[in-house]
Design a protein around this ligand. Structure first.
Ligand code: SF4
Length: 292
């Protein structure tokens, strides 16, 4: 297909070449296994069934999953293979199916989900660099959106992700996600069954982005919106030599962001502990769960 499903609009003919995202037509996966490091309503006690897709349409310079996002490591599985992956994850007892970096396969994933009567919620875990019109193909198929709203201003979006139009697209995408699912709903055990959690990973030297992003959320979504303020940033790849993101965020930076969030009046907020920082949290991309 000639592809324009994401804001890159790179126009690749994915039947014979890879797009900017590194993807061809076939769904490609690098790992499918229970994952325990998402927010508590997503990971619960039995883990989230994370399916890590190969390739990425954003390709941030600091990406910790570089081997799959930039290198597109993985195995082509097609729609039928993806359905077997879903079934195996459900049989392992996970709380949900968690589609990680799915944007460049949104259309193929919708085809798979139409054939899959999932007994657990389906989570769409994205960088938010999406077209709202593409997300409409997932309406009724995705139960929970987990968008990372990464930048408000064009300048850091250009510098770190080569996407100066990031917020223009991501903000419309988040509104479409919210239209589809509404606020987060949990079951009696606190596990998410429907809704949206808006994340933002605070970058060192860029706390104004966190304040602006959550300010926008407060103005445009319900006050009950669940947000997740991530402090897990660890310099990785090119970012190790790129100031100011060549370091972890400081205690003071995270504390300022927390104060601002409190001033904005959010009540449903997930914060991360400092112990969540480090390369030990990067999954091993070894085709686990993909070797069908
Ligand atoms: S999904 Fe990939 S191939 Fe399609 S427009 Fe975006 S970057 Fe290009």
């Amino acid at each position: 297909m000639i592809c324009s499903i994401c804001p890159r609009n790179c126009g690749a003919d994915r039947s014979r070449e890879f797009g900017f995202c590194g993807a061809g037509d076939e769904i490609k996966v690098a790992r499918a296994a229970p994952h325990f490091w998402e927010e508590p309503p997503i990971s619960g006690s039995r883990g989230s069934g994370a399916v890590f897709f190969s390739g990425c349409n954003l390709r941030c310079v600091y990406c910790q999953n570089e081997v799959i996002s930039h290198g597109a490591f993985g195995r082509e599985v097609g729609v039928d293979g993806l359905l077997r992956i879903f079934e195996n994850l459900v049989n392992s007892g996970v709380h949900n199916i968690n589609l990680v970096t799915p944007s460049h396969f949104a259309v193929q994933i919708a085809r798979a989900l139409e054939k899959f009567d999932s007994p657990v919620p389906v989570v769409y875990n994205t960088s938010s660099y999406e077209k709202a019109e593409t997300l409409r193909c997932l309406d009724g198929l995705v139960d929970i959106y987990l968008p990372d709203l990464k930048y408000y201003d064009s300048s850091p979006a250009l510098k770190y992700s080569g996407a100066p139009d990031y917020f223009e697209n991501a903000s419309k995408a988040v509104l479409e996600m919210y239209r589809q699912t509404g606020d987060l709903v949990t079951d009696s055990e606190g596990i998410a069954v429907k809704g949206i959690i808006i994340r933002h990973m605070v970058l060192p030297g860029n706390i104004s982005q966190a304040v602006k992003v959550f300010g926008w959320v407060r103005e445009n979504l319900s006050p009950e919106t669940y947000i997740s303020v991530m402090r897990q940033y660890t310099p990785y790849g090119e970012a190790k030599n790129l100031s100011p993101i060549d370091r972890e965020i400081s205690v003071r930076e995270y504390s300022i962001v927390r104060e601002k969030i409190s001033e904005l009046g959010f009540t449903n907020v997930f914060y991360q502990k400092k112990s969540s920082v480090g390369e030990k949290f990067i999954p091993d991309f070894n085709l686990e769960g993909v070797d069908l």
